[in-house]
Design a protein around this ligand. Structure first.
Ligand code: HSE
Length: 308
């Protein structure tokens, strides 16, 4: 390994309705790219940010900067990095924009330093970026962005990341309305306590989702994609959310909901044809609201952060 590397990390859909902060999956696109150079100066320098003009180049105020500073501190020797960040994922989109940057930075630095960290350690470093971006060090975007696939954060303390089975026909559709929702604000809407009965319904669904993934049981996956915790509070933030969800379900989605903290709306589907039909229906629905949007469909990507 020389002293330069280029790494990309994918967008992710977290929560999957029933797994607030504990489950997420990787998409094939879009993605963020980090070009990293090991400088030995002991400093983190963000040389350029492409594809977005609202992010700070001050390492203290930038997700990538925070991740690299944490890694430098842990590496225990004079490191220092120069970075160019290329944003393919719009900040505040709900598909893990900060998570992808953080994941790419952590993976790239780990490689440059001779692959000295485990993937769980890389997730820990990337969580520093999430802490800056959202005020909470959640791992449900950075873990799938590093590992790829569908990933469960079984525990935060200690961190325990579990890779889950990916049913071969599972596809994901994402409609990204071009409005921004700050994750910190969307988290602020949530109750810090939930009634026991709500918790019972929620964890029943999360267990059902995991069982469905292992049994390739698409109906069970669909039945389990219900959110009693975040969606009731956050749906009001997304114009046309109900209509988008209804059109996805009417056109054959297994389930649909808010991707991460929104505004993106996701749907899981069985097979590419079903995903295509849902993408078309949801696109037509959002067109009626006259909100500009991007649309993606992708099988679950088995690849997370990777050299490119
Ligand atoms: N689990 C996080 C949240 C994801 O819903 O706040 C943010 O992308």
């Amino acid at each position: 390994m020389g002293n330069r590397i280029r790494v990309k990390a994918p967008a992710t859909v977290s929560n999957l309705n029933c797994g607030f902060d504990v489950i997420g999956l990787a998409l094939e696109e879009p993605f963020d790219t980090v070009e990293l150079e090991l400088t030995g100066t002991g400093r983190v320098e963000i040389e350029d940010i492409r594809g977005c003009d609202t992010l700070s180049r001050d390492p203290e105020k930038n997700v990538v900067g925070k991740v690299l500073e944490a890694i430098s501190a842990r590496a225990g020797r004079q490191t220092g990095f120069r970075v160019v960040l290329e944003k393919g994922i719009r900040p505040g989109s709900g598909i893990g924009s900060s998570g992808a940057s953080a994941a790419a930075a952590a993976f790239a630095a780990g490689q440059l330093l001779g692959n000295i960290f485990t993937r769980e350690e890389l997730v820990r470093f990337a969580m520093e970026g999430e802490l800056l971006a959202s005020g909470a060090a959640h791992a449900d975007n950075v873990a799938p962005a590093i590992y790829g696939g569908i990933v469960l954060v079984r525990s935060y303390e200690p961190l325990d990341i579990v890779e889950l089975n990916i049913p071969s026909e599972l596809w994901c559709v994402v409609i990204h309305p071009e409005t921004e929702i700050k994750t910190s604000m969307a988290r602020g809407l949530l109750d810090s306590h939930i009634p026991l009965q709500v918790a019972v319904r929620q964890w029943g669904n999360l267990a059902g989702l995991v069982a469905g993934l292992y049994r390739d049981d698409y109906d069970l996956i669909g039945r389990s994609l219900v959110d009693f915790v975040a969606e009731p509070k956050r749906a009001v933030l997304i114009r046309g959310f109900r209509e988008l969800k209804e059109s996805a379900m009417k056109h054959g989605a297994l389930g649909a909901g808010i991707s991460g903290s929104g505004p993106s709306v996701f749907a899981l589907c069985r097979g590419m044809d079903a995903a295509g039909a849902v993408l078309k229906a949801m696109s037509e629905t959002i067109q009626a609201t006259e909100v500009a949007f991007d649309a993606y469909m992708s099988p679950v990507s088995r690849k997370g952060a990777q050299v490119c």
